[in-house]
Design a protein around this ligand. Structure first.
Ligand code: CAA
Ligand code: NAI
Length: 246
């Protein structure tokens, strides 16, 4: 088992990549705090995973709200003790062409995808510093590296996540905390299900591996960066996109 008895918080764990990562981490022996905004789905998915024998618990959180994040981290520490791994996976899209993008939709995506990552990381920091080790894994995107039509707000956050990852890798390395990011390509989840079919077909044609990614493809990258196999990896952005960016 690659994560035996490690305590991991995975945000956005009620669906998509976060849900798959929860199962992959739990299978590797981690105790997983499934942190998500969606209570109904989160509780149900946690129940299903517990029935399979995994050590997971659902905690409601809105990553955009600092009070909510602090309360979630406190509850996780009460239940599982100090935190070893944080996967900043929660994210949203509000896609629109620049000419039509509202200020509200610009701001909402910043609040969740960028400020949310800051809130969660700052909130777990004392716990990791106390342990003298930790892993922080952020979720960027091909859109943040490469840009994307209709994603002014989203691309800004995902590029920002890369900047924060590298700053924290420099700042926290000497405290025993490795900070890295994964930059997924187009992955089959609820997020890409909203993309018009014509655009999705264009995307598939951009991928040298000639398919969309699966949540497992990203969960396995999170696993590598959370495990001891990546002890000397710090400040990197791991592209898991079938070769779109090279
Ligand atoms: N790449 C290339 N062309 C795109 C495009 C994209 N990502 N998105 C839209 N276009 C093109 C459309 O094909 C269309 O072309 P034509 O004029 O030749 O028909 C043109 O731009 C205008 O598009 P719409 O007619 O759809 O304009 P709209 O105002 O009704 O909608 C939109 C705009 C909301 C951006 C919609 O096109 C859309 O949802 N596009 C997809 C955006 C996208 O790629 N989102 C990624 C979501 S998945 C994700 O975010 C995960 C991740 O990290 C990668
Ligand atoms: P998804 O939409 O399937 O799941 C996202 C989860 O995050 C949901 O359970 C949702 O309830 C939760 N969430 C949303 N806002 C929240 C908030 N404020 N607080 C707490 N939880 C919240 O999305 P998916 O595809 O699994 O994406 C996961 C991450 O991967 C996101 O950061 C996304 O930007 C990123 N990503 C996804 C790609 C894709 O193609 N699906 C590509 C590149 C990056």
């Amino acid at each position: 088992m690659r994560l035996k008895d490690k305590v991991a918080i995975i945000t956005g764990a009620a669906a998509g990549i976060g849900l798959t990562a929860t199962e992959v981490f739990a299978r590797e022996g981690a105790k997983v705090a499934m942190a998500d905004y969606n209570v109904e789905q989160g509780v149900e998915q946690a129940r299903v995973l517990r029935e399979k024998g995994y050590e997971v618990t659902f905690f409601q959180v809105n990553v955009a709200d600092r009070v909510s994040v602090d309360a979630m981290v406190e509850k996780v520490r009460e239940v599982y003790g100090n935190i070893d791994i944080l996967i900043n996976n929660a994210g949203i899209t509000r896609d629109a062409m620049l000419s039509k993008l509202t200020v509200e939709d610009f701001q909402q995506v910043i609040d969740v995808n960028l400020t949310g990552v800051f809130h969660c990381t700052q909130a777990v920091l004392p716990s990791m510093v106390e342990k003298g080790r930790g892993r922080i894994i952020n979720t960027s995107s091909v859109s943040g590296i490469y840009g994307n039509v209709g994603q002014t707000n989203y691309a800004a956050t995902k590029a920002g996540v890369v900047g924060m990852t590298k700053s924290w890798a420099k700042e926290l390395g000497r405290k025993g905390i490795n900070v890295n990011a994964v930059a997924p390509g187009f992955i089959e989840t609820g997020m890409t299900a909203k993309v018009p079919e014509k655009v999705l077909n264009q995307m598939k044609q951009m991928v040298p591996l000639a398919r969309l990614g699966k949540p497992e493809d990203i969960a396995n990258a999170y696993l590598f960066l959370a495990s001891e196999e990546s002890n000397y990896v710090n400040g990197t952005v791991l592209h898991v996109d079938g070769g779109i960016i090279m």
